[in-house]
Ligand binder design. Structure first.
Ligand SMILES: CC(C)(COP(=O)(O)OP(=O)(O)OC[C@H]1O[C@@H](n2cnc3c(N)ncnc32)[C@H](O)[C@@H]1OP(=O)(O)O)[C@@H](O)C(=O)NCCC(=O)NCCS
Length: 169
């Protein structure tokens, strides 16, 4: 479990299903995702199971983002590297009511630091749909830069990323 100024980042769990399904029921949320997911409860169940299973397989995954002030589920964010992903990624997805508060940037910075320290990453990337300006802005705020385009899940995505700073400098 990690803690930032305004957020708790803790493992996703089956008990998050109702909140998770409510988040993904909003097409404004799902349309931004590079890994296509539908808006039905069944789609949400499979998505949640994938993030929980990713933790079983890799030892890390997106965390549930919890707003400290209210205890509310705000979304998910964290490190991510499923089969076929071109590197170690960090990602973010918030329910619509939690956009515009800086939570994705706050969680994204914590995820990035986790990748460089706990996971000893040399480089961390994020795959972002060209139309997703909000996500690109989060990437830039955490210090990522546009690197290249790649094909991923049948669509062109922008790859943003950054390398670890020299620890001796
Ligand atoms: C991508 C996504 C997480 C971005 O959310 P966001 O709210 O725009 O990003 P942040 O949480 O970093 O918030 C930044 C905004 O909060 C504002 N803000 C308000 N209070 C703030 C505070 N205390 N600290 C920092 N920023 C604050 C910033 O000014 C900024 O506003 P702006 O959008 O008008 O410039 C969100 O749009 C989302 O979940 N989309 C659907 C899923 C998705 O696309 N995921 C990414 C896949 S690659």
């Amino acid at each position: 479990m990690l803690e930032t100024e305004r957020l708790i980042l803790r493992p996703l769990a089956g008990a998050d299903f109702d909140d998770y399904a409510a988040m993904l029921a909003d097409p404004d949320v799902t349309s931004g995702l590079a890994e296509t997911v539908g808006t039905s409860p069944s789609d949400a169940w499979h998505s949640l199971a994938t993030f929980i299973g990713h933790h079983q397989i890799r030892g890390y995954s997106h965390w549930a983002v919890i707003e400290k002030e209210t205890g509310k589920f705000a979304g998910r964010a964290g490190p991510w590297s499923p089969h076929g992903f071109p590197g170690l990624g960090v990602g973010w997805c918030l329910s619509r009511e939690h956009w515009g508060k800086g939570y994705a940037t706050e969680a994204g910075r914590a995820a990035l630091a986790y990748c460089f320290s706990a996971l000893d990453a040399e480089e961390v990337i994020s795959l972002i749909l060209p139309s997703n300006r909000r996500s690109a802005a989060v990437a830039e705020r955490i210090g990522h830069r546009y690197l290249r385009d790649e094909e991923y899940h049948g669509q062109t995505v922008h790859v943003y990323g950054q390398r670890r700073q020299n620890r001796d400098s």
